[in-house]
Design a protein around this ligand. Structure first.
Ligand code: TXA
Ligand code: MG
Length: 316
């Protein structure tokens, strides 16, 4: 793909109008969501969707999440069981993605679902994402706006560091408040957690009144955020480290000396919001390895530990 000059768009009506026009023309626009920045394209336009894979250097078998402005808009693309109503009613707009049967008349590019008969869909809560979806008026396919396998972006600067010259524009909405990707839930044959994320699974189970089934390991990667090595910084990673070793940068959690702290007060919500930004920063410092303090495995800690394990996995 020839290099593009990547525009930085201001978070105002002019920036939104430009972003919508670029999407209409089949362009690629990185947009802020409450979780991470997404790399958006018109989900009905196969060429535009193909350009997402090209820009990210992403393996083709990864299906994408479609972003829409409302529950009514979602119902145009997927079958809508009662449990979808319960979860969307409770958590949309917000950091929850539902995997539902694709409607035969959805009209989306098959590249979006990578040929699956289900579609991952969500209504994001970020005001700029919502406004862009309203003005554009169509479904936006958007994976995280990072080169495949690298740390997810939570600022426009992260997006540009990875994708400048490969995408048309980034809409600059400042840092993403949640900081980890959406939680992904499938509903058939029964509610299952496909990826832990920005909405704690405890809240989902409380709304459903039943436990979520765990994602079955060993099967084909239906949620390829499940690929073992993912979200990786260039530096090596060592997890559950009480103290750093010689030459390691130390990413702390809770009180104590460290190079950067996910949350001095031990707050998991703050830690999630800081996770990718701190990894970007320590990686950019040139450290050969990053040691990470133990993170409690509850609530958002599950999403944080999931991302950390993938960042630490042997590189493929
Ligand atoms: O917070 C988020 O979810 C961000 C923002 C931009 O919305 N997006 C994001 O997209 O994390 P991405 O492409 O990095 O991750 C999408 C995940 C992948 O693990 C993919 O395999 C899974 O969603 N997925 C997509 N369609 C699916 C389907 N039909 N069945 C199961 N998993 C699916
Ligand atoms: Mg991603």
């Amino acid at each position: 793909m020839p290099p593009l000059s990547t525009e930085t768009l201001a978070p105002d009506e002019g920036g939104i109008a430009r972003a919508a026009a670029l999407l209409e023309g089949g362009g690629l626009v990185a947009l802020p969501t409450e979780t991470v920045y997404g790399l958006g394209a018109d989900a009905r336009n196969g060429l535009a969707v193909a350009r997402i894979f090209e820009a990210k250097g992403r393996p083709r078998f990864n299906p994408l999440i479609v972003h829409v402005a409302s529950i009514q808009a979602a119902q145009r693309y997927v079958e809508w069981p009662e449990q979808a109503d319960v979860l969307a009613g409770a958590f949309w707009p917000g950091p929850l993605t539902l995997v539902l049967p694709l409607r035969a008349d959805a009209g989306l590019s098959p590249l979006v679902t990578a040929g699956l008969d289900t579609l991952a869909i969500r209504v994001p809560a970020h005001p700029l994402a919502r406004r862009l979806l309203e003005v554009f008026g169509g479904p936006v396919a958007a994976p995280s706006a990072n080169p495949s396998g690298r740390i997810s972006p939570t600022t426009a600067a992260h997006v540009l560091a990875g994708l400048s010259g490969r995408i048309d524009a980034v809409l600059d909405g400042g840092p993403c408040p949640v900081g980890v990707e959406s939680t992904i839930v499938g509903l058939s044959p029964r509610p299952a957690l496909l990826r832990p994320g920005g909405l704690p699974s405890e809240a989902i189970e409380a709304a459903l009144g039943e436990a979520l089934a765990a994602h079955e390991d060993g099967a084909a990667p239906t949620a390829p955020g499940q690929l073992a090595s993912h979200y990786a910084p260039k530096a090596g990673m060592r997890l559950n480290a009480e103290i750093p070793r010689e030459g390691e940068a130390f990413l702390g959690f809770g009180p104590g000396a460290c190079d950067l702290n996910l949350s001095e007060s031990g707050d998991l919500t703050e830690a999630a919001a800081n996770l990718f930004g701190h990894l970007h920063q320590l990686d950019a410092s040139g450290a050969k390895a990053i040691a990470v303090a133990p993170i409690p495995d509850r609530g958002l800690g599950r999403a944080i530990n999931d991302r950390l394990r993938r960042a630490a996995a042997p590189r493929t």
